[in-house]
Write a protein that binds this ligand. Structure first.
Ligand code: HEM
Length: 404
């Protein structure tokens, strides 16, 4: 690969520190212009992979589920190490036709009644948290607010008994290693096993005595005429934690950081000049919590003028698509009134985020609570970036709110 073309061989997209040390937007703008689909060379014994950068190509790739499979894994790191052990069993890493059946089943868990109740509780939770911190002077928005919203929401969705929640939260914190450069991988693995055992045990109890809740529903339903194994019920319950916790958390952090960075945009939302729902979409685009998702080609296919071979890994870079000026007017500006706003933060096609409604409800609750309580949002120190080539955002955000 030529290094003159867009410097595209200079940056290692497998390195979690790449975009902490380099400006991602300058890099991706050049890639989109000069090598919109390029082959990232194999490094240190790990295979090479395709990099897809333009909005239109990323959307096409997300929607081509027949040519691009999710079953070997959908995160680059996992694919470079081998296959995802949950492949064919957990919704996000399953292909049609089983994916469709499993998704229909999981989708039923998100009925309007369940979602309505969960959203009501999110509103109350966000309101209480924001009222409390607004009186606190300087505080870390990540630990005081953002951390409490998504897991509370998922626990409500799954009707996790209140007494079990502290354990689940503790395991989940150790299972996530992206916030610490020196996290212990064995402790993380052990915590993940604890979570799976917990869900498997809960699923067994709810299968024996079903209630009117999401886990009972998944535990008693059939896919292809067969009930799911308890391990698979557990895996799919855990997938809601995996899908919904970190992504929502970094997006909430990004929302507050963006409002501190662009006070005129905050004032437009606060003063009701721009609808909260419009601001939510711009926050989602600006945050792009998942930098990429990945697929494996099932057959030879053409993508952005390149010939992809069966078995090749293909990475779809949301962080590039969401800032593509072929799709967005002045993409590097944070504009809460932006319309249209066809960001790919929730993906597209058959694997489109199952929790998009809830993710949006959480952000809407946060912004509504801020509007009700807060006049000014100011940074009170330097935020800490997450080291990851998958999760985008910050793990701490020192701020101060002034009350309205
Ligand atoms: C801001 C918040 C969120 C963002 C940015 C986000 C992003 C995404 C993206 C990009 C995908 C597509 C992955 C792919 O195509 O391979 C996805 C799938 C998924 N998300 Fe989310 N997500 C969010 C919140 C949630 C929440 C709250 C939940 C659960 C309560 C959730 C559960 C899932 C699940 C289960 C899938 C797999 C769907 C499938 O394969 O059919 N997500 N999410």
């Amino acid at each position: 690969m030529s290094s003159s073309a867009a410097g595209t061989s200079a940056l290692d997209l497998t390195d979690p520190t790449t975009f902490v040390r380099n400006d991602p937007h300058a890099f991706w703008a050049e890639v989109r212009d000069r090598r919109p689909v390029f082959w990232h060379e194999a490094r240190e014994g790990r295979p090479g992979f395709w990099v897809v950068s333009r909005h239109a190509d990323v959307v096409n790739a997300y929607t081509d589920a027949a040519g691009l499979s999710s079953a070997r894994g959908t995160v680059l790191d996992v694919l470079l190490r081998g296959d995802d052990s949950a492949g064919g069993r957990m919704l996000a890493v399953t292909d049609r036709p089983r994916h469709r059946d499993l998704r229909n089943l999981m989708q039923r868990a998100f009925s309007p009644r369940v979602l309505g109740e969960v959203a009501e509780r999110v509103n109350r939770r966000a309101d209480e948290l924001i009222r409390r911190v607004t009186l606190a002077g300087e505080f870390d928005f990540a630990t005081e607010v953002a951390e409490h919203i998504p897991m509370g929401t998922i626990c409500d969705l799954l009707s996790i008994p209140p007494a079990d929640r502290p354990d689940l939260l503790r395991w989940n914190k150790s299972a996530l290693s992206s916030e610490e450069a020196d996290a212990d991988p064995y402790a993380a693995l052990e915590a993940r096993n604890e979570i799976l055992l917990y869900f498997s045990d809960l699923a067994a109890r709810r299968r024996a005595e079903p209630g009117d809740d999401v886990i009972s529903m998944i535990a008693t339903a059939t896919v292809d005429g067969e009930p799911l194994s308890l391990d698979d019920v557990a895996l799919n319950c855990y997938s809601l934690v995996l899908g919904g916790d970190e992504s929502s958390r970094v997006t909430a952090i990004c929302a507050v950081k963006a409002f501190a960075d662009f006070p005129d945009q905050w004032r437009a939302v606060r003063d009701g000049e721009v609808a909260v729902d419009s601001a939510v979409e711009e926050v989602l685009r600006w945050a792009t919590p998942a930098l990429h998702f990945a697929r494996t080609a099932t057959t030879e296919l053409e993508l952005g003028g390149q010939r992809v071979r069966a078995g090749d890994i293909v990475t779809l870079w949301n962080i590039s698509a969401n800032f593509d000026d072929r799709e967005f007017d002045t993409p590097r500006s944070f504009r809460v009134a932006r319309t249209p706003n066809k960001h790919v933060s929730f993906g597209r096609g058959p694997h489109f985020c199952l929790g998009a409604y809830l993710g949006r409800a959480e952000l809407r609750a946060l912004l509504t609570a801020l509007v009700a309580t807060v006049s000014r949002i100011e940074l009170a120190g330097s935020p800490t970036r997450v080291y990851s080539n998958f999760l985008n955002g910050h793990s701490t955000l020192p701020v101060a709110f002034s009350a309205r």
